[in-house]
Design a protein around this ligand. Sequence first.
Ligand code: FE2
Length: 259
Amino acid sequence: MARQEPDLRLLQISDTHLHAAADSRMRGVTTYATFLAVLEHAKRDRRWPVDAILATGDIVQDESRAGYERFRASLEPLGVPVYSIPGNHDDPKLMSEILASGPFQLGGELRHGAWSVVLLSTFLAGEDAGGLGPARLQGFKQALAAHSTQHVLVAMHHHPLPMGSAWLDGVALRDATAFWSIIDANKNVRGVVCGHVHQAADQTRNHVRFLSTPSTCAQFLPGNEFFALDERPPGMRWIDLYADGRIETEVAWLPQDRS
Ligand SMILES: [Fe+2]
């Protein structure tokens, strides 16, 4: 029997933290080099090509135009649509200039088969924490109503559930209660994916899957009260969304012994 194909196949990359200079290092990692290594790894995977790439924020660390241009130039040759949302380190204005045309889309929605992906900005100017606020919460409600016949995956930068790390949970999504109450009132949301936390998580809350995804650069030590780095390598997440509402997903890590 032929294997069932997903309705929508995504590759999530997150927290690339690129800089104006290609050789800039952050937390011991040359972020542009690890970003390229992640893309190369993905291209060699049996699941490539995907229907879309989902970039869940902290694309550029130093709010530089050159960083966003390099991000775009690295992804454009892949011939795959790229959907982005800002993280706390991003400059949404530069993103709207550089990552919102051609195969690139900033925020909004992606509708494909039985699925819709709703992209939410949780960016708050000058803050490391995230928030939606009344206007975005209202927009979220309307988006779910407009996609009520679809299975929905929500993508955002900040985590809307505690990760069990005091320092990280202090910079989470502030209005998570309001966010989840909207999801609870809409039975079609199947999953929520985020970045920001530089680690992998896979939980379920009231039948809704909650997934966090490692960074393409350095990782944070899970469950630690204070900031600490994990030794895990750069990572990415494959997401297969099926017509019956099922989510199949796997985090892939770069081989540790790469040179
Ligand atoms: Fe980050």
